[in-house]
Design a protein around this ligand. Sequence first.
Ligand code: PMP
Length: 307
Amino acid sequence: MKFFVCLTLCYLNSQLDAIEDAKLSVMTKVTQYGMGIFGGIRGYLQEDKKSISIFRLQDHYHRFLKSLKIINKSIPYSHKELVDITIKLAKKNNPKTDTYIRPFAYADSLDVSPNFVHCGFNFALYMIPMGEYLPIHKGLNLSISSWTRITDNVIPARAKISGGYVNSALAKSDATAQGFDDTLMMSQDGHIAEASAANFFLVRDNHLITPPRYQDVLEGITRRTIFELAKGLNIPVLEHPIDRTEVYIADEAFLSGTGVQVAWISQVDNRKIGDGKIGPISQKIQNLFFNIVRAKVEKYKHWLTKI
Ligand code: PMP
């Protein structure tokens, strides 16, 4: 995979570096303990094939800063500076493909204590080309994981904490090894939380249903986008705890996320969802989403930052 130039901003001394020069010691707390916060933002190639538009850039940095607040750390960049740095990097790289942008705030202290107090935090940002993360047209085949989703008093799923993704990796690895595309994890109370890196929606009786924010889920920006799209399409959205068997009898289901985008689900635990084909509501939402990110819908152009 070809990497673009990477912008690495050091704590005191901001600078633009080639990705090969953006090195991190094996001794840091982020490499040893996963003490970092990351983000994932998509830039979509536009029709002219010359420019990209970054989707909900401001919202991604609001969440990024909230994740830092949860671990009680800060970086010396304001929300506006982070947005500006990202635009600067994207302009510099001038990508000609769909692009994935990763901000990263991380503990670069070398002492051995797993402690955020008196611990230096640094910021880096890179971008790579990225197409589909999971298939969006074939219908996903999911399992329900035997791994429990990390809970708020363990590692908050609400924050994008690097170390928390070991939970996702355990679940996703089992699913992959068993031939599934991904997996749904349950919270400690036995209700569906989310997939390894995506939020979950099902459709029953023309209602969209998704686990509530207190169900150990990341408060996804795509999840919030779906809420707004559903409102515009007059589809009611309910947030309530979802039993495993409610998934089995759903009419439709899909995953949402920056990487995943909107990807419909054909099977869960070897049971067909609906008739195993994409349903009308998933199709409508998926079409609208992709038209929006390619800047074809005037009403939602304010979500795009053109580079
Ligand atoms: N849940 C998890 C665990 C994720 O990693 C992601 C991807 N960021 C999501 C949900 C979807 O969030 P978003 O729509 O903000 O990308």
